[in-house]
Design a protein around this ligand. Structure first.
Ligand SMILES: [Mn+2]
Length: 468
């Protein structure tokens, strides 16, 4: 276990105390299942397992098929599976009760089978089920019998109320969480730096993925935080492009959105670089526009700032820049009012990040993403506060699906220089993304050791090519 992953049980206890105090459950039972590996039908394999963030956050354990339970009289109990003899022959043993006590700080640890009599004693109680929803319909994944005999009645309203409180609590990261996020970001930085040095014409997107991911793992990454996105040339315009066998070509720009996870905590980092020694022509103009937009958003971020205001300012800056370059026509505010910028910047400025890449609690209770073309993918809508970690990731893309859509071509007939845009199809896309911690006084860029200035990226590429 690396220092970044070492448990801090007093802090885990403080998390649970804070949650149970905020819940103020007088009578009732709270269950927080971890989730369990999902079988792949027709094989003896399972899908990649990821502990539910609410379970991982409150228990400090990411073991599958476990249930953290809370009762206002008894407090917290962790029900976890013990390995059978068969399982110990074939796979790594589940942690012992003693080890779980040390790692989670939960004193009362029982085997998962003990959950049934525990629930039996609470028959008739209102039950809130947070964590993974598979628990009710698939108790067999927790080695439990059909739960219908227990007549559990899940109180949906109470579940939602408690979940909202945990989401609020999870927004500001505590020191052990930040330690893991820093470790994840630094593994990601190492991977991107290595990748930018290795890319060559003739290398495939898939080969690039293998290089960058292996560097994440060599630098402490426990897994990738999400499916790596590597788009060379035109493929960079597909927002979540899965790497293919397409080879990089001279003149291409490459968009790489890939990052490591450490101890369950994600990072999320994007850079765009040229295969040649420099960005050429419009590539350079658009790179500078995306970078200036990102830098201004990072400078404006800080405690008390509404994330949506940062998004709207970024949209105006991109619209204004595209108008200066003759791609859009109109004033920035008119263009943004009409969502014309979203033809080229169709996603949100970023999102909360933590125990998952798009972390919970991104929107304040009661706020819903708008269904406007320019706003529907805004995944964070809240005032920022110290301890929050958000991504800031503006981008500009030439996306065939949007630019050939007749309804949009008609709606934005006068706001776009379509002759110009049609010639730019195949350009690809540019996105620059960093993980920004909100501090008491401003921000700290957790992935800031990875250069993003155009001159710095170009000198890394020139150096790489000079090395042969
Ligand atoms: Mn992101």
């Amino acid at each position: 276990m690396s220092p970044a992953e070492a448990p801090d049980t007093s802090l885990l206890r403080a998390r649970r105390d804070r949650a149970s105090r905020s819940w103020d459950v007088r009578a009732g039972t709270v269950l927080i299942p971890s989730g369990a590996p999902l079988p792949i039908d027709g094989t003896d394999q399972v899908h990649d397992y990821h502990a539910h963030p609410e379970h991982a956050y409150l228990s400090g354990s990411r073991e599958p098929s476990s249930v953290l339970a809370f009762d206002p009289v008894e407090g917290w109990v962790l029900f976890a599976p013990a390995s059978t003899l068969e399982e110990r022959v074939w796979t790594n043993a589940a942690p012992s009760r003693e080890r779980l006590q040390v790692e989670t700080g939960v004193e009362d640890i029982r085997t998962i089978e003990a959950l049934v009599p525990w629930l039996e004693l609470r028959r008739g109680n209102a039950v809130a089920v947070l964590g993974n929803a598979d628990f009710i319909d698939h108790p067999e994944r927790y080695r439990l019998p059909d739960l219908r005999a227990l007549e559990l009645s899940v109180d949906e309203g109470e579940t939602e109320r408690l979940r909202q409180l945990v989401s609020e609590q999870r927004r500001a990261k505590d020191p052990p969480e930040l330690a893991r996020m820093r470790a994840a970001a630094s593994a990601s930085v190492a991977g991107h730096l290595s990748g930018i040095g290795l890319a060559r014409a003739g290398m495939s997107e898939r080969q690039y993925q293998i290089e960058i991911e292996s560097e994440f793992f060599r630098n402490g990454g426990s897994r990738t935080a999400y499916g790596s996105i590597v788009g060379g040339g035109p493929n960079g315009a597909v927002l979540h492009f899965s790497p293919t066998s397409r080879q990089f070509r001279d003149g291409d720009i490459v968009l790489v959105d890939a990052a490591a996870e450490v101890g369950g905590y994600a990072s999320d980092v994007t850079r765009t670089f040229p295969i040649g020694p420099r960005f050429e022509g419009l590539q350079a103009d658009l790179y500078d526009l995306v970078l200036a937009t990102q830098q201004r958003a990072i400078e404006a971020a800080g405690p008390g700032v509404e994330y949506k205001d940062l998004h709207m300012a970024a949209a105006e800056q991109i619209a204004g820049g595209l108008a200066d370059l003759g791609i859009l026509r109109g004033t920035p505010s008119d263009l943004v009012d009409a969502d014309a910028h979203a033809l080229f910047f169709p996603h949100g400025l970023g999102h909360m990040i933590g125990l998952s890449t798009h972390d919970a609690g991104g929107c304040l209770a009661g706020r819903q993403p708008s269904d406007r073309f320019g706003l529907k993918y805004l995944r964070a809508d809240l005032p920022l506060a110290p301890g929050y970690v958000v991504t800031i990731e503006p981008g500009i893309y030439f996306i065939d699906a949007l630019l050939t859509d007749s309804e949009r071509r008609d709606r934005y007939r006068d706001m776009v220089d379509w002759d110009r845009v049609d010639k730019l199809r195949g350009f690809g896309g540019i996105r620059i993304e960093d993980d920004i911690l909100i501090t008491e006084t401003g921000t700290e860029n957790l992935s800031g050791d990875l250069p993003s200035e155009r001159s710095a990226i170009e000198s890394l590429r020139a150096q790489a090519l000079a090395n042969g």
